[in-house]
Every structure is written in C-alpha cells, then in structure tokens.
Write a protein that binds this ligand. Structure first.
Ligand SMILES: [Ca+2]
Ligand SMILES: [Ca+2]
Length: 362
C-alpha cells in the first residue's frame, strides 16, 4: 500500500494528530487485511493485501510533489497577477479549492476578482457573509449567489463559477447550487488584472481569510461532468478543453512570493503582504475517479497495479472521489506497528456532502 493523505486536509493538529488514531486498528492492520472501515474525520489508516501502509502523523518533511496551499490572513494578504482575465462576454469558468475557517470575519471573502467597478464590469467571486457563494459584476442581471451556508467551514471545499452564454452556474463540490441570468456581464479590457484574495477598487477590499489552492481560469464553460472529473486532479495537456485553460495556479511552490502559472501562458502572480505557505492542501491528485448519486463508489487504478476502491459510503454523501498523487506525501513518519512506507505515491478519498460519512476501502 502506498502513502495516504487524509480526505480532508487541514491544520495538522486537527487532522494529523497521531493521538487521534485508533491504536487497536493500527495493531490489527496486517498484510492480510483487505478492508478497514474508515472514519472520515480522523483516522488515516488503510490496509491492502501484500502491501504495508501508512498512517499520517504530525511529522512534516518537505517533498517536491507534495500538496501545498496558501493561507490568507484576512487583513491584506493577496496575489496580484499579470493576467487581464476573460474579457467581454466570453464564456468563462473559475475554479478553486478554499478552506474557510469558522473564525473568518463576518463579511464577504473574495476568492478572486478582476475588471472594473462598474455595471457588468467586475468579476467578484467570493464566499459571502452568509457563507454562500456569490458572483457580483454589478447591476441588473449581473449578480448571483447560492443559498446561505453552501460553503462548509473548516474543511477543504471545491467552488466553481461558470458563465455560459449569459447564464451563470455555481457549483460546490461539483454539485450545482444555482443558476442565474447574467446577460449584463461584459468585462471591459484595460482595468484591474486578476487578483486572488481581494476586490477590485470601488468598495471594501473584502480580503479573503483562510486557505486557497488549485485556482484555474478557463475561457470556456466547463460542464458539470467536466467539473466533477477535474476537481480532484490536476489539469493535464490531454484535457479536451486544455486550449481554453487561461491560467492555472497550483500553489505548490511552498516558498517565496511567486505563484507560478501552470497553464503555459505565463500568467504569474505575486504574493503580497505575507500570505503563508502551508504544507498541506486540497485533495487534488495526479489522477482521480468519482461517482455521484446513490450507491456511490469510486475506483482508481495506477499503472503500477495499485488500486483503490471506495464503496459503501454512508452518512448521506452525494458523491465520492478517489485520487492518487505521485510522490511522497507531506507526512512520512512510519507509525509504530508498521515497517515501511512506500514513497512512490499516496492516495486519498474525498466525500461530497453528507455528515460523518464512513466508507469501505479495498
Ligand atoms: Ca496546491
Ligand atoms: Ca498580511
């Protein structure tokens, strides 16, 4: 078995604390174990036949391909890019993973924005005061938002906005939340370049507070299927709409003040005012598989022969993703009772919706 990243990444003391692992499960985990019930909340244990496995611990080691993310302090942290954004009435998709803490300020938290503070001219994509998701361009038929609390707190959550021929769509974790008439949206050129973490001038800055990861800007309307297929894995050049990937900030640098654009378009960002790199991030791997609906299960196989199936998902979950990420995970300490850790890759599971969901892994 390979290393394993938690389905919900987060502060180490919350999600990686070894004291929260079940010692009895560790003790019982042997090479003959095929399936362990897996507690979504804390236990990061997995056993598979013929393989040794990994339990996440507090230890942290820097590895080049491990997930990283960026923390914004809510006071002034931001990333300013050199990219004008998708302009005019062109279809567009904004994707990001966000982790909004319950301690975040009781106001709007801007994920990204660009354009001008005038009717139909900005692109303010944010987690709003009521912890729904909003898009605000200004004016009639230019704004939309989800129900309150559509964005869960204290967990990594995938959010997306799509503009498709004058209609807006919003997704949380790949689930469509709402649609709206956005026929007024028409972004002028020559104004504010795209920024992460605060608003274009003309109102309060509304600095983002929390973590952000894996931000993608497309000059096309991704479908729900494409959103689900892509949210837990990195974008590759084989993607059917790759030519419309305008900017792609993986936020994996882990150090320094540059946010590298992986789209090939050199839309780089400058990290301002002390946003902090984190040695963990969103559940995004090299490859992934997913299923939504009832009786959900997701299975993924690596060319080396490893595979992972998540099934029997409980708790009213609406979907499940499994993924693997090539390379060593951030946490590599070998727990007591185990003899080895394969550092080739690590696996993860992400459950959509539900509460206290459990699932079988095999
Ligand atoms: Ca990242
Ligand atoms: Ca700061």
């Amino acid at each position: 078995m390979r290393g394993f990243e938690p389905p919900i990444s987060g502060p180490p003391d919350q999600h990686f604390n070894r004291t929260k692992l079940h010692p009895e499960l560790v003790g019982k985990c042997s090479i003959d174990s095929l399936i362990l019930m897996y507690n979504l909340t804390f236990e990061k244990i997995i056993c598979m036949k013929k393989y040794i496995l990994l339990v996440i611990s507090l230890s942290m080691f820097f590895t080049s391909n491990a997930q990283k993310s960026l923390y914004f302090d809510g006071s002034n942290d931001n990333i300013q890019t050199n990219y004008s954004g998708v302009l005019g009435r062109t279809n567009r998709t904004f994707e990001a993973w966000v982790y909004v803490p319950s301690t975040a300020p009781n106001r709007n938290l801007v994920i990204l924005d660009y354009g001008r503070n005038a009717v139909g001219s900005r692109n303010t994509f944010m987690v709003n005061t009521s912890r729904g998701l909003s898009f605000t361009s200004g004016g009639t038929n230019a704004n939309m938002g989800t129900n309150a609390n559509a964005v869960p707190l204290n967990k990594w959550t995938y959010v997306a906005f799509v503009l498709n021929n004058g209609a807006g769509y919003m997704y949380v974790d790949g689930v469509l939340q709402t649609t709206s008439n956005l026929s007024t949206v028409n972004t002028p050129s020559g104004w504010i370049n795209l920024r992460l973490g605060y608003r274009v001038p003309g109102g309060s800055n509304l600095y983002f507070n929390g973590e952000m990861d894996e931000v993608r800007i497309w000059s096309t309307a991704l479908t729900q299927q494409e959103i689900r297929d892509g949210m837990c894995k990195g974008v590759r050049s084989t993607h059917s709409k790759y030519s419309n990937l305008e900017a792609y900030w993986k936020l994996d640098e882990g150090t320094g003040t540059a946010a590298v654009d992986s789209s090939g378009n050199n839309r780089k960002g400058t990290i301002n005012n002390g946003a902090i790199w984190k040695t963990y991030g969103a559940p995004v791997g090299t490859a992934s598989a997913q299923q939504y609906g009832s009786s959900i299960r997701a299975s993924l196989k690596h060319p080396d022969g490893d595979s992972l199936l998540a099934s029997s998902v409980t708790g009213g979950a609406g979907g499940v993703h499994v993924y693997y990420r090539e390379g060593t995970p951030n946490k590599t300490a070998i727990p007591s009772g185990f003899s080895a850790l394969d550092t080739s890759r690590h696996w993860g599971v992400y459950v959509v919706g539900g509460s206290n969901s459990r699932y079988n892994l095999s």
